[in-house]
Design a protein around this ligand. Structure first.
Ligand SMILES: [Zn+2]
Length: 82
């Protein structure tokens, strides 16, 4: 049997909501989100991280549009009421 270095889980980032650990020995990233846990190859994780960054960017853009539109609607309806 091959002797294997013990895993070292280095924390890359953590919030109350999620935690990302890397094992550089295995080249694996452990992604913990609430009660969910994903084990990804480093390259797969980086691809996933790009997807998440883009998704977050789009989600924030959508939020901004929505609040802008809501503000506009309120102004318009109050104008109508007066
Ligand atoms: Zn490991």
């Amino acid at each position: 049997m091959m002797s294997k270095k013990p895993c070292t889980h280095e924390c890359l980032a953590a919030t109350e909501f999620s935690k990302v650990l890397i094992c550089r020995e295995c080249g694996v990233v452990h992604l913990h989100v609430q009660n969910m846990s994903l084990r990804l190859e480093v390259s797969d994780f980086l691809s996933f991280a790009d997807t998440m960054a883009e998704a977050a960017h789009q989600a924030r853009a959508g939020q901004k549009d929505k609040s802008k539109r809501a503000g506009f609607t309120v102004v318009k309806s109050s104008t109508r009421l007066n």
